[in-house]
Design a protein. Structure first.
Length: 333
């Protein structure tokens, strides 16, 4: 009889452990991840003969508050994941850049913007951050005499749902950030971004040298359909009478073409276009009537308000097609 009681007690104890395991796992995943990451000890269930009430409690579905508590523990544990960051800053020819500044933002707490760090690269262009904790980090490199581009920034997830999403760095495999060298910047006439309302009839004239409206080189004419509709036809005609325009393709295309200019260009959007938009950005090289060269960006916002935003750069020397601008240099105005 005693042997049977011991056998039943052993079976009941095993049943308690198994049921406790499934209860602690919950419907969304194993609790072992939480206890390991957060150093929390999992309660040890007594192996004595379980009463029917205890078995029922263990077999029940976890309440909403219990599930939320598990999720909160899992999230808090994830933000304690150790982070070691190794990186390198190079130029467009893969040459190391010493003394570059690297801003590091570590996502180390839920509900906050994270902790910011600053590092400088050594003579080999290397930097590191050891001892941080969190779930992800972002990097941004900069240095005087270089352009910051999208290749100058990076974001890495320390933990991720899928193995293919996890991204880390190491001393042997650092995160590489690329800065682009400034070549031969000129002192240019720079007109910062200006919002210009476009007339519904006739041209709106903008001066690329001063930013004034009413007189100048750039003529803009718009034709709009029914702006009360979600989609409507619209077009802009942009011209430089006595000069010309060529679309600028690349961010670092700084030398204006010598020829192949058109006196005007037209930007057209019909309501049937699959990628219809009322927000379009274009960039152009400009040859002015007096022989000077420039470049400008124009953001088009057709609609009830109907306006554009223009920023321009003009080389003050007639015939000089170099339009690389250094923001550290004074503007020629």
């Amino acid at each position: 009889m005693r042997r049977k009681a011991s056998l039943f007690a052993g079976i009941a104890g095993l049943l308690c452990v198994v049921m406790a395991w499934f209860w602690l796992r919950g419907p969304t995943g194993a609790i072992s991840d939480v206890s390991t990451a957060s150093n929390e000890s999992v309660p040890v269930m007594a192996s004595t003969a379980a009463s029917p009430t205890a078995a029922t409690d263990l077999a029940r579905t976890p309440s909403g508050s219990e599930i939320e508590n598990r999720k909160e523990r899992l999230i808090n544990a994830a933000f304690l994941t150790p982070i070691s960051i190794f990186g390198k800053v190079v130029d467009e020819q893969n040459r190391a850049i010493p003394d570059a500044m690297v801003q590091i933002s570590v996502n180390d707490s839920p509900g906050r913007s994270g902790t910011e760090y600053v590092r400088s690269t050594d003579t080999a262009g290397l930097f590191s951050l050891i001892g941080a904790k969190g779930i992800s980090f972002s990097l941004r490199a900069s240095k005087s005499g270089f352009y910051t581009t999208k290749e100058s920034t990076a974001h890495r997830n320390v933990i991720a749902p899928g193995a293919n999403d996890a991204q880390t760095s190491s001393y042997e495999n650092p995160v590489t950030l690329t800065l682009r060298s400034k070549r031969h910047p000129e002192v240019l006439i720079h007109v910062s971004s200006r919002q210009v309302d476009i007339a519904l009839r006739g041209p709106t004239i903008f001066d690329l040298l001063t930013g004034h409206v009413g007189n100048g080189q750039l003529h803009i004419v718009s034709v709009l359909g029914d702006t009360n509709r979600p989609r409507f036809d619209w077009s802009y005609k942009i011209s430089i009478p006595g000069g010309g325009l060529v679309e600028r393709k690349g961010q670092f295309e700084f030398e204006a073409p010598a020829d192949h200019y058109s006196q005007d260009v037209q930007i057209l959007m019909t309501s049937e276009q699959p990628r219809w938009s009322s927000d379009v950005t274009k960039e152009y090289f400009a040859r002015l009537p007096d022989g000077r060269f420039g470049r400008f960006s124009i953001n088009l916002y057709p609609g009830k308000r109907n306006f554009v935003v223009i920023e321009s750069y003009v080389n003050p020397k007639p015939g000089n097609r170099n339009l690389e601008f250094d923001s550290d240099m004074p503007s020629s105005q």
